[in-house]
Design a protein around this ligand. Structure first.
Ligand SMILES: *[C@@H]1O[C@H](CO)[C@@H](O)[C@H](O)[C@H]1NC(C)=O
Ligand SMILES: *[C@@H]1O[C@H](CO)[C@@H](O)[C@H](O)[C@H]1NC(C)=O
Ligand SMILES: *[C@@H]1O[C@H](CO)[C@@H](O)[C@H](O)[C@H]1NC(C)=O
Length: 129
């Protein structure tokens, strides 16, 4: 039964919910930082065992980042291989981290994913042995 009083309560509660959710959504949008990976790029060929700098663009980083600790995983045939962390515990503002190419089967559809606030995928690239 919708009495005028319950209508009032519902209106009040939804306005209250909007008032608290709007600033939170804006804050997160401002502080989430998803830097694009610059290297490896499409056409990159890596050899198993070699060391390379993975690089990403840190331009436009907000002053306060929700989570500044980065992790890089290998993406194998489109699936993130969480057992294959290539680097972790570095600062997402560094813009680069050295990784060693893992001992995986040769393929031309590997990718990397860089996690900080959120995941960002590199283009597909090749690993050879
Ligand atoms: C990674 O980049 C740093 C800084 O440019 C450089 O000193 C280092 O030799 C590079 N390492 C590799 C494995 O390319
Ligand atoms: C960043 O965080 C510091 C410390 O919590 C705070 O004083 C500052 O106002 C924040 N800056 C922005 C732009 O949010
Ligand atoms: C990259 O590789 C994945 C996994 O094989 C594939 O699904 C995707 O279509 C490829 N992307 C491009 C742009 O070729």
């Amino acid at each position: 039964m919708m009495t005028p009083f319950t209508t009032f309560i519902i209106t009040f509660l939804s306005l209250f919910a909007m008032a608290i959710s709007l600033p939170v959504a804006r804050l997160q949008a401002r502080d989430v930082f998803v830097p694009p990976i610059l290297y490896p790029h499409a056409g990159t060929i890596w050899k198993v065992g070699n060391h390379h700098n993975v690089t990403w663009d840190t331009a436009g980083a907000p002053v306060n980042i929700t989570n500044s600790i980065g992790h890089i995983y290998l993406v194998v045939h489109g699936l993130i291989d969480l057992d294959n962390e290539l680097a972790g515990g570095f600062n997402i503002l560094d813009g680069r981290v050295v990784i060693q190419v893992p001992d995986v089967a040769p393929a031309d559809d590997y990718a990397l994913v860089l996690f900080g606030d959120s995941g960002n995928f590199s283009p597909n690239f090749t690993i050879t042995d």
